[in-house]
Unconditional design. Sequence first.
Length: 319
Amino acid sequence: MLDVEFQDAAAWRGADLAADAGRFQLPAAALDEITAMAGKLAASPVPLPALKPAHFELPATTAFMAEVNETLKTGIGFALIDRLPLEDIGEAGARVAHWLLCSMVERPVAQNFKGDLIYDVTDTGRPPGNGVRPDKTNAEQNFHTDNSYNLCPPNYVALLCIREAMSGGMSHIVSFKAAHNVLRSDYPDLLQRLYEPFYFDRQREHAPDDVMTTHHAFFEADGDDVLARLSKFQVINGQALAKDPLDDAGAAALDALEDAMNAPGMDVSFQFQPGQIQILNNRKIGHRRTGFQDWPDAQNKRLLVRLWMRDQGRQFYNG
């Protein structure tokens, strides 16, 4: 366990951040490059996974994303980019721009065992459970990291908003380092338990004869830094699948972490607008969304396009 109080930029409390922290406005020159690129690809389509930023002349966009990268990697750990011009480039053009912008952060990787690199987050009408990811439902979520149960989770998570829900679906983000500071101060014994392993449900994203759980801690030391892998929902399911009831200290530690992350003033919240892109450092920033009510017309249903990025390991799901 790291017995330190984190004081770097990533150890923020939402109440202490400036209102525009992490907000980035796409400059006019970058928008011109993106619009021109989308037009060229509309005339001569290419599958998204084949595209790389080096295939295009994007100097203004590249300079802009260098600033975003600095914030993600050495700053507060999140960025909200406002915004791609959906009315000019359409959904297909926005997906292209999303892919290329995020490829300037790190390499997009597979998001399921089938190997899908581009993933639509939308409600399918099914309840969350083993084999049904919460991102395919309209249910409220706890703070979590994406793919916490995998062997090699993504370093960064990016979401492009195509359409909003009719109501709800508010996005919340929180600093794990700030929560770590609270637990170190108030519950040091419970913090130690979060450095010890839990079983995580792998959501059936594995070969048929593979094990159904992974076994690892929520927090892990990375030199003098801390990285997180968090999903209370997958731990509850994972402990049940492993037929190993969660110990009292583990349950109390989960509750203490939940309380710390949800305490007043800890998080930042915003409502996605079409064309906006949220990028998070997935090992330092937790995220959740509130439940939502969708539009009755299927063509207007809430739709986010997600990418996972990671330069380590191989591009397929298990890294």
